[in-house]
Design a binder for this molecule. Sequence first.
Ligand code: APR
Length: 264
Amino acid sequence: MAGAGISTPSGIPDFRSPGSGFYDNLQQYDLPYAEAIFEIEFFHRNPNPFFALAKELYPGNYQPNLTHYFVSLLHKKGQLLRMYTQNIDGLERLAGVPPEMLVEAHGTFATATCTSCLRKYDGEDLRPEVMSGKVPQCPTCKGVVKPDIVFFGEELPRHFFKYLADFPLADLLIIMGTSLEVEPFASLAGAVRSSVPRLLINRDLVGPFVWGQRTNDVVQLGDVVGGIKTLVDALGWTPELEALMAAGNQKPQDREEGWDDINY
Ligand code: APR
């Protein structure tokens, strides 16, 4: 289970860290309150603040960090049952976690939907308008096209409910980089059997690690990259993770060259 705290090492602010979190830095958007930027009612009235934020967050500007590659390594070693992420930055896919191993519980920029005629679009179709600060318009009906990010007030994607089958099967739950403030995602932390160890890797204690720790819970407080390095070192996987990162860091350059060719 992951949240925005696994992407701060990649340069993307999280939401609630005092001072640096997104919600402390939205003054320029003239919002009634911070979360309004992700509220569907507000979006229908005024989509501009969200698209200004989307321009900063749009996939392609950031690279995965060691934490994302660790999940990819877990998968390569046949140890990953599924990764449940709240993040919309797409860095898990970029690090090589296959889409079928991912539940992007709060949606993704990879696809988009017209809010009027519900026509589906690829996230890349919107890139030019988002990057030039325009609100993407549906060529068919001129409605506003919204990336498939789950806003407050919207249903979570159907594949979120895979947890009903996944969590009873898990024999270890790793929770990293999340405040566990947002439901229903946060409740997944209590969905594993009581005999299953839960490992929290986070700057601070959150959710049930504050109000209801289990005897077999394990907590690794501090920076998530440092915490993952400690775990990987204990597993003897450091060389493999470094090799995976080196290979991964090669790939995005080629892809970026690809994008440039296409754009020009
Ligand atoms: N190392 C360790 N922990 C970190 C790091 C780091 N480098 N950076 C941030 N954290 C921790 C913070 O201390 C905090 O506990 O990660 C957590 C991030 O919490 P939030 O900012 O609340 O992000 P998240 O939990 O993903 O928010 C959940 O809220 O607004 C909605 O939809 C949005 O998906 C988001 C949801």
